[in-house]
Write a protein of this length. Structure first.
Lengths: 358, 358
């Protein structure tokens, strides 16, 4: 069977950091082995550094990013709770869907795709919501929204932020911004394989955790007795050991480089990519001032066949880029430079290949 | 940091098959890459062989074994549904808990720990339950229960079976036994790292899937549009690519050996382990005739300090064995021979080490 070696420039997964790949093969340990628990504690410490938080309840959920969204909602939302959610792309829409399944009474505030959410409109949408939810970096559009203003003016509401495509790639400041609940994925700017959802929960949000959430697998009361560094560890479920080894190593690579340096590397790649694509005649999709360096979106020019070009990029160059979602399928490309993929050599190669193909 | 190389003879995780470890490092692919989708399809084909089923909806859930339990319940149970669950250990109790959180009206039928469930008592517990749930191989006690009689006499009920510790180690016959929903974990007799929950759902059970289950992450309607081999693949969540590579390879190792040969290897190890432990003066905990070869339980003899011996096994020999759960903490050992760990050399080494320590 083929063992293709792709350059992954879609909306994630990226190519993982070599250290993260190597750690996957580390000898297996039991989930109650003191050595493994030490690695888990250290992973959570590293996550706190990357999240810029002192939240004690900070750990990787044993499932992918969308389970991070679900764990944040299912633990604090009870049927009938008022929730305000900003929607400027697919993942805001997903948050509405998940909140509704938790029984929330959702006020959905829509914004044009390609635009950020407007904090003021979100804050005005309901007099006293239990929770305000928003996506920091919309993976469907390549747009960054401002979080700090929401945190500063949220009042008694809990602020939930989707950081799947932002964490590790652009500044995320959980404590400074006043974020109560946030989740991410390992396969984007953290440069690790998909499979875990780092989450962080403020002490204030912990007061709102319901006694018996609808989900047992995602029950933070039970999970915190295992992941929490102090006291005896109570078994809840068997941790995904190898993936945690890998996250531990991937975070090590990011922190060895320096988080700010990693942001700068993503920024440099994004700038060059936007410039190169514009030179090739592409129009940028996300509004200026809110463009993610780690995920560039462009409209597919007239006369360029979306499927043909993406397929030839894959077959002739081994490069994956992403197509549009929803109404923008066939009309938009999403080009990621995340994690280990965020290297100028990859940007230059992609631009060279596109020069041949379009 | 230490990189200890354990011999994992607890209740799971086991030592993974070398092929499964190597596959973790396979170059990353996108979750919509045709090459990855081919590997996923082949993984599901291999799972069907191991499950002995033709169920089309057979795939690995992107989370650990307990999420397999939850996905089977949350998709078919609606508030008020009558459910009968047999409890002869921790995992039957967990099934009650998960079913109750789905809103089920649960009739719990308890059996002594160390004994199998009695199919007749389960069948008599309720006149027309929507679902009967049972654990095939209780990881907390090392006991195997009979499934075929339940399947033959279940009437209109759906039969849900926990195969976490049985799949790959002892015969599991989903179609022949009339099982409607079943789940397992990768880290036991399949010989892969923890992180995925293989599930299989019969065509009959699919008729019962509710339109909008309480969990979005575990929504089988949405997931089946991605994992199902036919037609276009609709993105639901980013698959845990590296773990699926590993499961693909681990199943390949099992099927190359021959599933029946793998069962026989587990059987041989279990027999020798029981014999050796008995010679050392241990008393077997699980009732005769229902002892799992892949997980042997013994009562800790008087005068033997549970914590000291297990700790010395780990520090002096690098061998992990498991302690008892619940009321049997400190009183019972659970000794696994699963997956790649199920080799006579490991059994002999453990017996030699115990000869020194007890």
């Amino acid at each position: 069977m083929a063992l293709s070696d792709r350059i992954l420039m879609g909306p994630g997964p990226c190519n993982p950091y070599p250290d993260a790949v190597a750690a996957l093969g580390r000898p297996m340990l039991g989930h109650l082995d003191p050595e493994f628990l030490g690695i888990l504690d250290e992973t959570n410490d590293r996550l706190r550094e990357v999240w810029k938080t002192s939240n004690r309840l900070t750990f990787p959920v044993s499932a992918t990013g969308s389970a991070g969204m679900e764990i944040c909602l299912v633990n604090v939302i009870e049927p009938g709770d008022a929730v305000v959610i900003g929607v400027n792309g697919v993942f805001g829409g997903r948050m509405v869907e998940v909140a509704e399944r938790c029984g929330a009474d959702v006020t959905r505030v829509d914004f044009e795709w390609g635009q950020p959410v407007d904090p003021e409109q979100l804050l005005d949408a309901h007099p006293n919501p239990k929770l305000i939810g928003v996506v920091h970096a919309e993976t469907s559009t390549g747009v960054r929204s401002e979080i700090g203003e929401l945190g500063a003016n949220k009042g008694d509401a809990l602020l939930l932020v989707d950081c799947v495509t932002s964490l590790g790639g652009i500044p995320v400041e959980i404590d400074e911004w006043g974020v109560d609940l946030a989740y991410s994925g390992t396969q984007k700017c953290l440069g690790v394989a998909p499979g875990l959802a780092p989450v962080t929960v403020s002490e204030r949000a912990r007061q709102f955790i319901v006694a018996r959430p609808r989900s047992w697998y995602l029950d933070l009361n039970l999970i915190s007795k295992y992941v929490d560094g102090e006291g005896a560890r109570a078994y809840h479920h068997t941790a995904p050991i190898s993936m945690i080894f890998s996250l531990h190593a991937g975070l090590g690579a990011v922190l060895d480089e320096g988080l700010e340096n990693a942001w700068e590397r993503h920024e440099t790649c994004g700038r060059r990519l936007r410039e190169g694509l514009t030179d090739l005649g592409f129009e940028l999709f996300a509004v200026e001032g809110h463009r993610l360096p780690e995920l560039t979106t462009v409209t597919v020019p007239d006369g360029v066949d979306d499927a043909v070009v993406r397929s030839r990029l894959l077959s002739d160059y081994g490069i994956e880029i992403g197509g549009g979602l929803g109404a923008y399928a066939g009309k938009v490309w999403r080009i990621g430079c995340m994690g280990h993929t965020a290297r100028l050599r990859n940007v230059e190669l992609l631009l060279a290949a596109l020069t041949q193909l379009v």
